[in-house]
Design a protein around this ligand. Structure first.
Ligand SMILES: [Zn+2]
Length: 303
């Protein structure tokens, strides 16, 4: 038998738990509708087949989706310290479509766009090697991913630009944990962050090649960055295989995704097709592993 005090505490706990249970059911809202005031961390904001979980108070989450045709989409949601949730960005490629008279060469094209975050610490990441498609060598994909990260932090280029970029990364090895990018063939969503930066493969909606999720604080300081590459596309890890058709390079796509993780946004495919951060990566070429002028300028501005 409970003493009165104990019974009262038990009743209070029961009431609190009941309140929590109701409040913890995640709300899902469309990015096009006014957000309800009770929207909070863990709720879901959706734009078509792309979504994010509202991050913790004081944090921003950004999902960037890259499609095989060069269609991209970005959704960034901020949860302010006072708990007000707002849209930072919801954008397909919004540059006007201009048919360029000639595509500027990568070393002459200085265009760039910043995503809004930067790392002030070393980016340390792991690879979910077990998620590698069966057609690919895990060792080679791992090598390709490390080279891709090196391309960003080392401002790898064929233009003779010096590496003045202070950003650094460290590959911490393999993990059995997946990136916290949820979903599958019908939708994809940045989940709640787990403080581990992870790159892996998984199912994505049919035309999506890769998805990057970045979390940052209210000052734009990056907190976490995860990448998921599609298992519905065929990949090659290192050199372009002979007779290549419609296979995508881990290194150029990886460099593009790590570009997002390090704070680079998109430039349009129509006007800047030769930059690593343009929206499309062509199959059967590793050109994107070498950065162009705009890619290097963006990194120099941030780091
Ligand atoms: Zn992208």
């Amino acid at each position: 038998m409970l003493a009165d005090g104990q019974r009262m505490r038990a009743a209070v706990v029961a009431v609190i738990l009941a309140g929590c249970t109701v409040g913890d059911d995640p709300i899902e809202v469309s990015v096009d509708e006014p957000f309800p005031a009770e929207l909070a961390a863990g709720d879901v904001i959706r734009a078509g087949d792309v979504a994010v979980e509202v991050p913790a108070a004081g944090e921003t989450v950004t999902i960037t989706v890259d499609d095989e045709h060069g269609d991209s989409f970005e959704l960034a949601i901020a949860n302010a310290h006072d708990g007000i949730v707002t849209i930072v960005t919801t954008a397909p490629d919004d540059e006007p479509l201009v048919i360029a008279a000639g595509s500027p060469a990568p070393c002459q094209d200085g265009a760039f766009k910043l995503a809004g975050h930067r790392w002030t610490t070393e980016y340390r990441w792991k690879f979910q090697a077990g998620s590698t498609p069966g057609a690919n060598s895990r060792d080679n994909v791992e090598t390709g991913l490390v080279r891709a990260a090196n391309a960003i932090t080392g401002s790898r280029n064929s233009c003779g630009f010096a590496d003045l970029v202070s950003a650094t990364h460290q590959y911490l090895g393999r993990t059995t944990s997946a990136p916290n990018i949820k979903g599958g063939t019908t939708s994809v969503s940045c989940g709640a962050r787990d403080s581990v930066n992870t790159v892996g493969f998984g199912a994505l909606p049919s035309t999506y090649l890769g998805v990057a999720c970045s979390w940052s604080d209210g000052n734009g300081v990056a907190l976490e960055g995860d990448v998921k590459l599609s298992t519905r596309h065929a990949w090659y890890a290192l050199g372009v295989p002979s007779g290549c058709t419609k296979r995508f390079g881990i290194q150029p796509v990886g460099a593009h995704e790590f570009g997002h993780i390090f704070g680079l946004g998109h430039v349009s495919e129509s006007n800047h097709p030769n930059l690593t951060m343009s929206t499309a990566t062509a199959p059967c070429t590793n050109a994107g592993l070498s950065l162009g002028l705009g890619d290097v300028r963006a990194l120099r501005q941030l780091y």
